[in-house]
Ligand binder design. Sequence first.
Ligand code: ZN
Length: 494
Amino acid sequence: MAGCISSTLHAQVDSVALRFASTITKDALMDHLRVIASDAFLGRDTGKQGQKMAAAYLKDQFSEAGIPPVQAPDPSSVVEGYFQPFDVIERRSGTIYLVHGPDTLRYGKELFYFQEQLQEGGSVEELAFLPVSAPVDPAVLKGRTVLLDAGQFGEGMAAMRALRTRVEQLQGAGVRTVLVAVDGLPQMIGLMHLSGSHMRLADQEPRAKADQGVQMIMIDRAVMDGMLGRNTIARLRRKKKVRFLPVRFELTVQLSEQRLTAENVLAFIEGTDKKDEIVVLTAHYDHIGVKDGVVYNGADDDGTGTVAMIGIAKAFAQAKAAGKGPRRSVLVMPVSGEEKGLLGSRYYSDHPVFPLANTVADINIDMIGRRDSAHASSPPYIYVIGSDRLSSALHDANERANRTYTDLELDYTYNAESDPNRFYYRSDHYNFARKGVPSVFFFSGVHEDYHQPGDDVEKIDPDLLHQRTLLAFHLAWILANQEERIQVDKPLKP
Ligand SMILES: [Zn+2]
């Protein structure tokens, strides 16, 4: 019986697929990773030198593999050789200062703000302290600069929500600037990942003015106390009504925006009898750059996905050169702008080089080189996210690829629609999924080096990186070669 069961469970092995899978080696993946995750690549920040270097490296790899530059079927789509360029607008952080007497308070040190809200500076002569128990009265507060004490709003996420509601009420009352005194702000900032800049696609509207109606600036409570003199926050906390406090300071705003160009890199392996249908593979090759002189190498995030793209593109190119190329076309596309809000994949999905209606699936890889704490000593595993959201055939194909070739433990924890991490919405596949293209996201989980300078090559597990890359390759091979195109059989949810 056992033999009988296993013969039905194990799908037919495709020896041709195996032959070209064997061209993807652990050593080659790691060699590429040591290059792109080296300090020389400056953390691959979107629109900057490091990202350009990575783009050039990818282009060279694809070109060496004999993959020709892309000929877009639609002449209106802008493709330059291997690149799809897109413009972004970067707004730099740290351009708002609060000057009080001889002291200058700076972003990321004594103060913090969500910069897209900030637009105007000016002198302030007086603060209106609003206790949590006092009502928001427009007659009293309109046009004032209001001071809130974060400590009065409780702790954790509930406090953040209550604070946010309060700030919205103040916006409704015509308040333009709200200062929030926060205990231990520098420590809190230390735990946050400050992105250094805010970026949007150039053809994307900036946030509506209505959203920008109030600017909220958080100031360390000890620093605020220094500005308040004898009216410390601890003393103000006991008040029940609005207190006006003479505090003189200058808010200096120097918003600076610059236009940059970033690239998606395209390796297009044209198919044979079904070449108009496209199987896409994506992984972001950008990371978060250099901060305070430290390079964030992003070996796992997403150096691993990037080198998987190289290995997979070369394997398909070799198959094609040997007369065993895929029936459908395969587009291997390392994208950039991911860390700034999935910008590269968003741009592609809004300006597709190949029609989305002909796009069969997107297989996305973002971080596949490590273990998370939930799998510290588990068998080799991978998180699979999204495979069944639009197409049960995609899900089945992936299970089949894994069962037949890689035998990883497929962990669907993060695929739950109720997953609080919302990973389904947080990497590049989502830009395909939102357009109705069945998408699957491979991921090995977060770890203590996520978005930290310690995300280095030495911590990558070469065997896991290799096995997970092979799963993506075999799935792509199946989707590109099987007779039936996988169908969408689930509704697209907003
Ligand atoms: Zn990532």
